[in-house]
Design a binder for this molecule. Structure first.
Ligand SMILES: Cc1ncc(COP(=O)(O)O)c(C=O)c1O
Length: 404
């Protein structure tokens, strides 16, 4: 009989040590500050509903109806037909022809990304990921024992991808290129030429493009066209969800759409297998997808205006702070300023010191893959304008003191 040892800890997998999720990890530090009686302003997480933006009523009604109509069974693993058809029709209307059988309904963009990378890479494979990045990509790749290869986004060039750097990273083990556009954490939208160059690069090297387009409807000048429109035959998978532009992040409801190239058939079959294994995504919420994509989207017009006003205030106030620079975002609700840190200081030191001194919680740039000494941090600017003004007052006073 095996001996039992009730004293020793159950060891966790070593690969989990290879990633951290700073956006949520830093909350533990904020809770300590809160416990000491300081009000914390949570500017760490991109959840518009947490800042008072309202989920459209017709989407809530659609989910309520689904619950009452008894749609509480398991559903098809790729999603209910009405949702898949609505997603396919939406991409197709926006110039990326997608058929419903190439759409999977997922638990947010996040699950689509995880299914796709799970279906694509084996241990040791490499994936090109922007730096700074949304940290889910590195987390999933670590789980798969695959390798993140960071390509630089250039703050001196409006956070555009550095194509020469990207080209220098390809090896025989590279399998995919991750593009986040509009971007989190930078708020950048890439112009058409940059988008074409990324697609051409990926096609030349036989790489799958993971186009994270979750902020596609939140360009300040209006919706941004999907990557698939530029080259419908390229090996592209697009991801989006109800989380951001439809103001329902807690529903964990999203989709992925796979381009029509026959080169993608094996990948689709593998995604289907993995999707079968997890049964289905939340069924009642899937009933909101068709109403979201085919119904009234007027909330997005005012949402974009509100975001633009917050972005303008943010950039104006940050640029007035001595020692702080900031590229102006053109979409979404993030800004990525840089603080000219004293030597031997890190972005994390600055962010934690700011938190302890003022209660303002941002996320340090190294949590998105940037070198800690470069002094970047991400601000979520969803709070109301008045509150943002107070926050930037606090930040300005603190930063002047910190850099003195
Ligand atoms: C670039 C990016 N991709 C994916 C996600 C995850 O979104 P979802 O709620 O759709 O899973 C986020 C959330 O912040 C994001 O910023």
């Amino acid at each position: 009989m095996a001996t039992t040892n009730t004293q020793s800890a159950i060891p966790a997998a070593a690969r989990v040590n290879r990633f951290t999720y700073a956006i949520r990890n830093i909350v533990a530090e904020a809770q300590k500050v809160e416990a000491s009686g300081t009000r914390v302003r949570y500017l760490n997480i991109g959840d518009p509903v947490a800042f008072g933006f309202k989920t459209p009523a017709h989407l809530i009604a659609a989910v309520e109806r689904a619950l009452r109509d008894g749609h509480n069974t398991y559903g098809p693993s790729a999603g209910i037909p009405a949702a898949r058809e609505a997603v396919a029709a939406d991409y197709t209307a926006n110039g990326f022809p997608v058929s419903a059988d190439h759409v999977f309904i997922t638990a947010g963009t996040s699950e689509g990304i995880e299914l796709t990378l799970g279906a694509l890479v084996d241990a040791g494979h490499e994936v090109l990921v922007p730096m700074p990045t949304y940290p889910l990509y590195t987390a999933v790749l670590a789980k798969l024992d695959a390798k993140t290869k960071y390509y630089r986004l250039d703050p001196s060039n409006h956070w555009m991808p550095d194509l020469d750097h990207l080209k220098s990273l390809v090896t025989s083990s590279t399998r995919a290129l991750v593009i986040i556009d509009p971007n989190n954490p930078t708020g950048a939208v890439y112009p058409r030429e940059a988008r074409r160059a990324l697609i051409d690069f990926a096609e030349r090297h036989g790489l799958l493009i993971l186009a994270d387009e979750v902020y596609g409807d939140l360009g300040f000048n209006g919706p941004v066209e999907p990557y698939g429109r530029l080259d419908p035959d390229a090996a592209i998978v697009s991801f989006s969800s109800l989380s951001k532009a439809y103001l329902a992040p807690g529903w964990r409801t999203g989709w992925m759409a796979v381009g029509g190239s026959p080169r993608l058939n094996d990948l689709i079959a593998a995604v289907r297998k993995l999707a079968d294994g997890r049964l289905c995504s939340n069924v009642p919420m899937q009933y909101a997808i068709a109403p979201a994509l085919t119904g009234d989207r007027s909330h997005q017009i005012s949402f974009r205006q509100e975001l633009k006003a917050r972005a303008d205030l943010t950039v104006d106030r940050l640029r007035k702070m001595q020692g702080v620079t900031c590229v102006a975002p053109t979409a979404a609700f993030y800004a990525m300023p840089q603080v000219a840190l004293p030597r031997n200081r890190t972005d994390e030191h600055y962010v934690k010191a700011l938190l302890h001194a003022t209660g303002v919680l941002c996320v340090y740039g190294s949590g998105f893959g940037l070198p800690a000494e470069e002094g970047f941090l991400r601000i979520v600017f969803l709070a109301p304008l008045d509150e943002l003004r107070q926050i930037y007052d606090l930040m300005a006073d603190f930063t002047a003191e910190y850099l003195r």
